[in-house]
Each structure stands twice: as structure tokens, then as C-alpha cells.
Design a protein around this ligand. Sequence first.
Ligand SMILES: N[C@@H](CCC(=O)N[C@@H](CS)C(=O)NCC(=O)O)C(=O)O
Length: 307
Amino acid sequence: MSETLILHHYDASPYAEKIRLMLGWTGLRWHSVLSPPQPPRPNVDPLSGGYRRIPIGQIGADVFCDTFVIAQELARLADTPSLDPERVAGEAAEIIARAEGDVFFAAIGSVSPLTLLGTLLRTMGPLGMLRFARDRAGMMQGATVKPPQGEAARSIMRSFLDELDQRLAGRDFLVETEPSLADFSAFHPLWLHVASRRHPIDSRYGNVVRWYERMESFGHGAREELDPERAFEAARAEPRPLPSADGEADARIGQRVSVAPTDYGTVAVTGTLVAATSSRCIVARQTEGCGTVHVHFPRRGFSLEKT
Ligand SMILES: N[C@@H](CCC(=O)N[C@@H](CS)C(=O)NCC(=O)O)C(=O)O
């Protein structure tokens, strides 16, 4: 099981859906460990050190925070360069930045509060909904992003859908002839929007509707549910060899550092910096039950500070 990806996620998570669809498309076998929709997450907190976002990937004693590094791992495992975030440039980079920036938040902010309430009540029940709402309000308190609401959010959604519809005229995927990271990144906010609104994408965006169905048809592939205990067992291994620096060596290697997202869910993870490349940093953590684990973070969108 050493090279099999374990995904810590919950079914309603759009960023997890991005990765699940990539797994479906690549046909990679994977293990699923279901997490609660909000912290605490006893299935993965002991490994990640409290990183508060979902999804989290794991291969043995290596733990991957953020879909940027998870996609890097999938591109490597499935030998599919079109999924590799480091390869992204130009128009693809613009689509991704937009989809995972304003559009992601507008996907919720554009839904009427009453409809959203109904969706949350149906999926979580009254207590679950209160717990979830309280958690997300707290998470956004330290955030540096300001989610658009109401008409501003609806206008962002309309212009995104217009742009995708034009781009998809006469083509199956957004940038390449096969699905690429841009497609998966543009898909998941729309999936969130459809689920929150309980309404399919408007039929006037016919190219988007057909593309959406094409993306959805990849499914989740060879998914196998795993007991969290088995994920801890998998972590009781040696972390894999470290990458070497691709530029000047980071002077903080060997020192205690804290790493945190800079946009939202800004909870810091602390440990010893063991590797830093231009695209990711790796922090070693001593855990109680699993020995040393290496936690990987992207450099972009994360702070890395000596503690
Ligand atoms: N940039 C992150 C964003 C992940 C993200 O925002 N995930 C949402 C769920 S889809 C989240 O963690 N929300 C708070 C939570 O689940 O605790 C990534 O690419 O992984």
C-alpha cells in the first residue's frame, strides 16, 4: 500500500471533489478516509499537526496539505503532466486563479440565504448545520480574503460562466485536448454552486453544461474506504527521501518553523524544516503513535516562519 494515495476528505468538500475526479480520470487506485466537515479531525490531525483544511493526502509517512501538492503527487503517480501545477502558465493559470479565488466564494455567496439554509439543513440536520455555520464563521475571522455576497457574487458567477461557455465552443476541455488542472479547478466551484443551489447549471450555458457532464462522468474511480487506524498504520513507516533544493539552500533547514495558509483557515503547523524547494516546503513532526512524519506544503499562499 506504500505508494497508494490516502485521501482524508468529506463527501461535500469541493476541493476534495477536484482531487476525487482527478483520481477517477487517472484511474489510480486510492484509499478514502472520511473526515468530519469541521475540526477536530481525529483521523488526520495527529498526522498533519492541525492543518485545518481539507483535503489532505497521505502516502505512508508523507502528508500532503493543499490540493496544489496533492495534484503534484497525482501527476507523478499517474504520469499525467497535464495535472501538474508547476507546469501551469498563461491562460490556464488565469482560469485557475479566478476559479479558486473570487469564483469559489461567489459560488456560495450568490445563493440566496434561504436556499443555502435549506441545503445545509437537508445535508447536516439542525445541529450539524449550527456546528458547521459556527465553525466557518470562526474560520473566516482571521481571513485575508473577503467573500463576495449577493449581486456582486451573482455577477462574478455570470461572467465566469460566460467566459467558460465561450472558451468551450467547439472544444471538449478548457486548455488542452485532454482534461488538465484548469478543468478540475474550474469544475469544483461550479459543483459547489450546483449543490448549494440545488439547481443544475443554467441551460443557456450549453457548452458549460456539456463540459460539466463530461467532467462529472470521470467519477471517483477505484475508491476504497479505509479505517483511520489503517492510515495511522501506513504512517508508521520511514518518510520518503527528501528532494534537494532547486535554488539557494534555505538557511532555516534544521530549525523549528511554523507554516500557515495566508488566505483563510490560517492555523499554523509547527515542526522542523527539513526541505524547501521553489514550490514546496517539508516539515518533520514527531507524532505520538506514528513516529516521524513529513508534512508537505506549497510555498505559494503559505507563510513559512522561524518560531
Ligand atoms: N487552497 C486549499 C483550499 C482548500 C479548502 O478551502 N478546503 C475547504 C473545504 S472544500 C476547507 O478546508 N474548508 C474548511 C474545512 O473543511 O475545515 C486547497 O487547494 O487545498
